[in-house]
Design a protein around this ligand. Sequence first.
Ligand code: 13P
Ligand code: SF4
Length: 326
Amino acid sequence: MNVDKGYVDVPVESGINLKDEILRLKKEKGAVIMAHYYQKGEIQDIADYIGDSLALAQIASTIDAPVIVLCGVHFMGETTKILCPDKKVLVPDLNAGCSLADSCPADEFGKYIKEHPGHTVISYVNTTAQVKALTDVVVTSGNAKEIVDSFPKDEKIIFGPDRNLGNYINSVTGRNMLLWDGACHVHEQFSLEKILQLKAEHPQAKLLVHPECKKPLQLIADKIGSTAVLLKYACESPYSEFIVATESGILHEMRKKCPEKTFIAAPPADSTCACNDCSYMKLNTMEKLYNCLKYELPEVEVSEELIAKARRPIERMLELSAGLKK
Ligand code: 13P
Ligand code: SF4
């Protein structure tokens, strides 16, 4: 089977019920489907597990299934493969990249590390396996503050690749970490002006902001956190209306979990869209997921050598996260 396009390019049989067929194939192959909160709602609904990057890595470290389909972007598939090297790890469309991971090429990051000797290297999970291999400990937006806090106050740290998350962690931990100058095009695109207008129209609404957003947005946020943190806050806080400044896929689970509350997607600056989609995340479709399970392709490939180097910083994150919870 040819997967040159990055996905199985075979027309789906007409008249089939995709949801039923995906569930049938999943059962037949003993496969597990994991999905990030930014996936299309229908994919989230069919998944065995949904979560933020941290939850998906934690789940991957415990999964016992011969086939894992990671519905998310490529670096998430790599993280899963690194944690489950003996399993077949599939991503419905391997073209699902990440502008943030792309903003940190491993050769340039390696050079930067060499130019700043004596620094501990902390990398956000939104990085390639090659960058993780250069890293001492990986973090996600869900545990970055606590993991940075676990190092001595005078530890010299390089933090990459997201400058907005890095600035945020510097401000809440009182550190002065060296920051790689990378960013996510989706989270940098929100319009402060349009959000201020929305806030004026909905004075009761609380503003939820992902730390990959720019500082001016963070400064007016009522809650800053990973997708899972924002979801928890929306459901558990007494407030009933929220403006959500992160990729719009999370609104699906917010509305499902708290149907009585109102969620408004924060708009990007340079378009007439009412919400902000990550085009990479949305490359995965039900058709591609069906073909992916049927043909067990395309598979995420990470060399044994790279797995050996990139695994330790991810495991260290999982150990630190588990320890911090106690
Ligand atoms: P989370 O860590 O909140 O899952 O975010 C992942 C991501 O890609 C943000 O853009
Ligand atoms: Fe990457 Fe941004 Fe898409 Fe998240 S939203 S996967 S950081 S491009």
